[in-house]
Design a protein around this ligand. Structure first.
Ligand SMILES: [Zn+2]
Ligand SMILES: [Zn+2]
Length: 372
């Protein structure tokens, strides 16, 4: 058993933290609540933002693919130092109007557990759904951003200097810094209130995301309202005799008219078409060239050729397509980039994995147990 040396008297920590080259990680024991056969519910009440994590158990998932009440269970927060996390918890869009937007996307949340008879650790990353709420009147007043900012400050043990009142103030958690000394087989646990980073900002900018949108290749960024052109539609090769065999001229005209009937900016178009969000309503705000949805999100509108936005096969109507055939799958590299940039980071959370995890985790667990 590893020796334990503590440099200060340590109260029971709420968060113990460690560090590897590219990220910080924080863990604490948590409780699994609720009917774990249908929904898993993890309570993290002492943390700021009262995060409690719920997710439905996928159909057909075996009982050992999820934690059960009584398991040795930890929730792990990972914070990437210089980049967004590939399985970011909040799944914010890549482009945002606040300078600390990327801090929120650097956070991942992982469950780590071990049943009484398990030989190995199990883990899985959790990710929120793509939908977001804009309950705050401020630009970019997204609920995910607000919660993520609070959590980031909490984990970093630091505050942003420029206060956004609608975000609120973090409640800091006691932290214990854990270091493992492999050579001496020791774990050193030190109570530490030291901030892990000096936070800067957050500053608002519409121009920064606008530039990134232009660089990505989105068209008419912050341009004239509904600046879409349609000359290309009639020239699409899909209208050729062979492709449209058996389709009446009238049906083709209807189809063309439907394509030209797009009224939504890029972001609204993607949200509606991909997320199926019927509440999204692309209406111009006053005389500015922006829709209410994008004003809420703190982004400019853009108006990109639908064929480019939806990917190379989006307009490739199959032979015999009727006007009902307009619901097509968007795909392709540009579409994926635009989705990430404007709507949400992709869902990539792994299913339950076994036997993987930081090798020091068992040692760290000993620390926690000794401190309890
Ligand atoms: Zn819109
Ligand atoms: Zn818009």
């Amino acid at each position: 058993m590893a020796a334990l040396s503590t440099s200060t008297a340590i109260e029971k920590p709420l968060l113990s933290r460690g560090e590897i080259s590219d990220r910080f990680f924080f863990y604490r024991s948590a409780q699994v609540m609720g009917d774990t056969a249908k929904i898993t519910h993890i309570h993290l009440l002492p943390l700021t933002a009262n995060i409690s994590i719920k997710w439905p158990v996928p159909k057909g998932e075996a009982a050992d693919q999820r934690p059960a009440a009584g398991d040795n269970f930890f929730i792990v927060f990972e914070v990437m130092k210089d980049t967004k996390h590939p399985a970011s918890f909040f799944r914010l869009s890549e482009f945002g109007c606040w300078s600390n937007w990327e801090d929120v996307n650097a956070i991942a949340v992982k469950m780590l557990w071990k049943g009484k008879d398990d030989e190995t650790m199990n883990f899985r990353y959790l990710q929120m759904s793509a939908e977001d709420e804009y309950a705050h009147a401020a630009p970019g007043g997204s609920d995910k951003y607000r919660r993520g900012t609070l959590l980031f400050m909490n984990l970093m043990n630091a505050k942003y200097p420029e206060v956004q009142e609608w975000v609120g103030a973090p409640i800091f958690t006691r932290q214990v810094q854990i270091k493992t000394d492999a050579f001496n087989q020791e774990i050193i646990a030190t109570r530490s209130d030291k901030p892990l980073a000096k936070l800067i900002g957050p500053r608002f900018s519409l121009e920064v995301p606008a530039k990134r949108m232009r660089d990505l290749g989105l068209e008419n960024v912050n341009g004239a309202w509904r600046s879409l052109t349609w000359g290309w539609v009639d020239k699409l090769p899909i209208w050729g005799e062979k492709r449209m065999q058996g389709v009446s001229k009238q049906a083709i005209r209807t189809l063309q008219a439907e394509i030209k009937n797009r009224r939504d900016c890029d972001r609204c178009f993607l949200i509606k078409t991909v997320l199926g969000d019927a509440d999204c309503d692309c209406q111009q705000v006053g005389s500015v060239n922006r829709c209410q949805e994008c004003v809420n999100a703190g982004l400019p509108c853009s108006w990109t050729n639908t064929q480019k936005l939806g990917g190379p096969t989006f307009m490739d109507a199959p032979a015999g397509a009727s006007s009902g055939g307009l619901k097509r799958m968007m795909s392709g590299e540009f579409f994926e980039r635009a989705m990430k940039a404007l709507v949400a980071a992709p869902y990539v959370a792994d299913a339950c994995k076994k036997g993987v995890g930081p090798s020091s985790i068992d040692m760290h667990r000993l620390v926690l147990e000794e401190l309890e």
